[in-house]
Structures are given as C-alpha cells and as structure tokens.
Design a protein around this ligand. Sequence first.
Ligand SMILES: C[S@@+](CC[C@H](N)C(=O)[O-])C[C@H]1O[C@@H](n2cnc3c(N)ncnc32)[C@H](O)[C@@H]1O
Length: 319
Amino acid sequence: MEIEINHYLSRLGIELPQDNRKAVLREIKAWLKPSFEGKGLVKTQEGDYTLLHPLYGEPYHSLSAGAIRECLEKFLFPSGLLEKAKSYKRLRLLDIGFGLGYNVVVAIKKLKDVNPLLEIEILSFEKELPTHIPPMPEEFKEIHKKILEKLPHFEEDGISLKLCLGDARERIREVQSFGAHGVFHDAFSPYRNPELWSIDFLARIKRLMDLKGVWVSYTSSLPVRKALKDMGFKLSTTESVGRKKGGTKAYLVGEDQLTNEEAKKLYTSPYALPFLDPELNREPLYILIDYRIRVELLKMAQGGLEPPTPRFSAGCSTN
Ligand SMILES: C[S@@+](CC[C@H](N)C(=O)[O-])C[C@H]1O[C@@H](n2cnc3c(N)ncnc32)[C@H](O)[C@@H]1O
C-alpha cells in the first residue's frame, strides 16, 4: 500500500512530508480492514439470514438491524415509493447492488400489497452473484425464488426486472434514460467499495432519475453526502436502524432537512470531499488514495500549513 501511495504522489508531482504520508497510509489501512472475518451464511440479530462477503469483509445486510428490517427501514420506507404506489400506475426502481435480491423482493411484495395493479419496472446492477443465495423468510420466499430462477430477466404480473451483470460503472453507460422514481443505492461501504460512491458514478445515476425521484442509502458518510450536495440534491437523514447511524435520502424537489451540525460538517470537515473517478474506470484503491491525499492537503491548509503544490499540473490518469 505504501508503494501505491508513493507511486500516486510521484505521478501527481507532490512531495508530502513523511508524517503526512504515514497518516494517509494508517487511515487507508484502517478503512480497508474487514469488519468481519469469514464467509458464508450468518444469522442477524433479528433472526433472519444474510451472507458475509469474503473479499469486502462485510455482510450483505446489517447484522444488528436484520436483513428484512434493513430493506424496509433503510430503503423502502424512506424512498416514498409506498405512498406513490397508491396513485401511480407504474413505478420505476433503480437498484444499485442487487446482491441477494432482498431489497427488490421486499419492495415488489410491499408495493403490490398496497396496489395489486401497480406495474413495477426494476433495473438492477450487480458485479457478481453469490453462488448460493439464502432463501428469504416465508412472506417473500416464493417471489424471491421465482425471480432468482429467471435472472437476468424476470417478467410477470406487471413486474419487469432486468439485472445488468458486471461492473455497474460500465453497464450504466448502456442506459440512456430510465426516469427512476426511487433509487436503492446499496453497495458495500464507501471506503471498501469506493467505485460505486464517486461523484462521477452518482452523476450517472442522477441522469436516470425522475425529477421527483428519491435516492436512498444506508450511509451518511461525508464523501457521499458532499458529492450529492455538489450535484444539487437536497438531503435528509433517515431513521437509524439497529446500531447503525441514520442513512441518507437525496431528492431534487423539496428542502434540505439536515441538522445544523450535519450541514456544517459538509462545509468544514476536511473529509467532506467527493470520491473522484472521472472516466469511471479507476482502480478502487486509487480512488481511495486520491481522496485521502486531498483530505491530507486540506487538513494541512486548515491547520495553517502551506500544502505542497504539484511540480506539474497535468491531471493524473492512474487507474
Ligand atoms: C450490500 S450488497 C447488496 C445487498 C442487496 N441490495 C440485497 O438486498 O441483497 C452490495 C452489492 O454490491 C455489489 N457490487 C460491489 N461493487 C460493484 C460494482 N463495481 N458493480 C456492480 N456491483 C457491485 C456487490 O457484489 C454486492 O452484491
């Protein structure tokens, strides 16, 4: 990792003092440390099941909140789709990180309960499906099974689901328009999966949203919130579920509803800088290194130190 950081700095022509390099290295290592060891099936505190991802070192769902509760309370409820289902004929949902399919299945079941005639169009993105997907609790089991059997394209009873497999950054370029009424942004956590949280990827998503669409996610992390804010979204914090902090809801129509403290952080914290991935093809580690170096330069400037300037001004296209 030290080699990658030094390589990146020399490509940028920045000479960062040793102590600052160490701080960058230390923090990136901490971010990348798995939050859970192991792989396979794991029971949540609510008694339902999810999987642990061996490479990301994270569960697909919150172990403290429970898988289904997270789908409902972090995604479906704050998205406002249940209210729209009462009066809309057709709803479109953009699903980033299909994973085990739990979020979309919970949405389909609950939206159909509200309005059985509702047409639902879902566009999902997923890099790689796990080889074994655990069945969902009884209420969702049947529809979940049917959908998994028909992937990548499920069509039945007014529901259309298309799964785009591969790196979402590439696959999303193929979609010209969608008009999403809701976006469930459920990648792994921003520091471990930064390629799906850059301002450049989020800008692609914004283009696929309806003007009254609502973007929701479990994260309240500063690089993500700052990117959304810079793109003109209004923000609010969603209810906290389990031990996790509240998530984020972003929309184009309406008012900001952050607390003063939350809003202040977006303008004063050195960590409130978006992840950058201009060509949507940077290696995730380099997205992180680039971000953390910019944070360090800002910290130096905020501390009254003269941050080092690049020896040359060419943009760095390191992937
Ligand atoms: C937290 S899990 C999603 C859980 C899912 N929403 C559910 O309800 O079961 C995050 C998902 O993002 C996917 N992912 C990570 N990086 C990706 C990428 N670059 N492109 C597409 N999918 C990606 C992972 O493979 C993983 O399945």
